[in-house]
Design a binder for this molecule. Structure first.
Ligand code: FHN
Length: 416
């Protein structure tokens, strides 16, 4: 078995753009889930849609305003440095030119959306991630959703089963589509699998799936939903309480739904998203922030507003996220901190003020002898500061006494 791919480039990326898109956007339905009895794992209860009605909606999807270069520019400005795109969600509708099914946007609209998006984002400098659902509720050999499922709330782990031959045929189809993605879109940086929850690891054979990925994309990282064979972990809709050991990201919606659902107006504020981003970075992780594009191929205005707010912040503070490591365990300073370690051994510590301080901030637990100065990152101004070495009795024993840094920030310098 070949070695685990290099994950060093993944750490410190800071922000990724998650894109959940499909024909359900033409009706404002949540991607896939709205045909499962209206119960969604994340969103508030949505009105159930009959399975056949959902599947037959595909030809209505003709996103004539689709402009992936514009999406890439908006996301890059917001600080995103990788993208993960739903090539196929649980509803089985392929957003790429698959030769193994007619249920695809290439057949209904005539364009390979995945191909156009990968080209535009790669050209902008993004790391490329492809999302692929190993679950396919549309395929005739996958234990199908039936309309009576609409009547019963969907329960994870309670799923229908077909015959062994049906399952073998479905797995061949699923692996065939995965291989199309692994071989058809150039070098991939991330393969983001999803849907592990519907069958057992033995039925899925994640070792076999991982071997297929490794064969065609040896450098690609695989997320933790390839159970037991992932390279990074992806807590969903929340940050971990403790920083995971290995590389990690948290994936998060801006409101409560992954696809574009206009009725879902539970948008998180730009500041809340920013705080989540810097808190993830302070624990050494990335934030994979989701946008559900509209049926026309644009970003919803609420998403544009939030990406714009992130861009404004990133313009002045990007270095406090991009390329940083987890911050230090500090006392008295309550906010997240990140750190940039330079090759010469020096380092820059970023203290993120997620709460408006009074006239000054105090940080305890720093090697105060190493503090060379304090700068307000947004303006580059030097700030008045002082240090006080503590623990004098072991002062002589330490090359740098641990102590207290006190920084005075003129209140007019603080944005609100
Ligand atoms: O069921 C999906 C859901 O729609 C969405 O794609 C998320 C993204 O992490 N994954 C599954 C739920 O865990």
């Amino acid at each position: 078995m070949t070695a685990t791919p290099d994950t060093s480039w993944f750490r410190g990326l800071g922000l990724g753009l998650f894109l959940h898109w499909g024909h359900a956007s033409t009706r404002g339905w949540e991607l896939s889930w709205q045909m499962t009895g209206g119960v969604h794992l994340q969103a508030p209860a949505l009105d159930p849609v009959p399975v056949r009605t959902y599947f037959d909606n595909a030809p209505s999807f003709r996103p004539e305003s689709f402009d992936p270069a514009d999406w890439a520019e908006q996301a890059w400005e917001a600080g995103a440095r990788y993208v993960v795109f739903t090539t196929k969600h649980h509803d089985g509708f392929a957003m790429y030119d698959t030769k193994l099914s007619d249920y695809s946007v290439a057949k209904t609209w005539g364009r390979d959306i995945t191909g156009e998006l990968v080209e535009a984002f790669r050209a902008r400098g993004f790391r490329i991630g492809l999302y692929f659902s190993i679950v396919d509720w549309h395929h005739e050999d996958y234990p199908r959703l039936t309309d009576d499922a609409v009547a019963k709330p969907y329960r994870v782990g309670v799923y229908r089963r077909g015959t062994p031959d049906q399952w073998a045929h479905y797995r061949r189809f699923m692996l065939g589509q995965l291989e199309e993605l692994l071989t058809g879109y150039g070098d991939l940086d991330i393969v983001w699998l999803d849907g592990e929850f519907e069958h057992s690891p033995e039925e899925w054979d994640f070792a076999g799936i991982r071997e297929l990925i490794r064969t065609h994309q040896p450098a690609a990282l695989v997320n933790d939903r390839c159970l037991g064979h992932g390279d990074f972990t992806t807590p969903e809709q929340q940050l971990p309480v403790m920083a995971p050991d290995g590389p990690w990201e948290a994936c998060l919606t801006m409101n409560s739904t992954w696809g574009h659902v206009p009725s879902d107006d539970s948008w998180k504020s730009p500041r809340a998203l920013l705080h989540t981003l810097v808190e993830a970075a302070s624990m050494g992780g990335n934030l994979l922030l989701n946008v559900g594009p509209t049926a026309e191929g644009t970003f919803p205005p609420q998403a544009v507003e939030r990406l714009g707010a992130l861009a404004g912040w990133m313009d002045m503070h990007g270095e406090s996220v991009h390329g940083t490591q987890a911050g230090l365990k500090l006392w008295q300073f309550q906010g997240p901190s990140t750190r940039r370690v330079h090759p010469d051994g020096s380092s820059r510590l970023y203290l993120h003020l997620t709460m408006r301080p009074y006239e000054e901030i105090t940080v305890r637990g720093l090697r105060v002898g190493r503090v060379r100065g304090v700068t307000l990152l947004a303006t580059g101004e030097t700030l008045p500061w002082s240090t006080q070495a503590a623990l004098k009795d072991i002062h002589a024993a330490l090359p740098d006494p641990v102590g207290e840094l006190r920084v005075t920030i003129p209140s007019e310098k603080l944005d609100d």
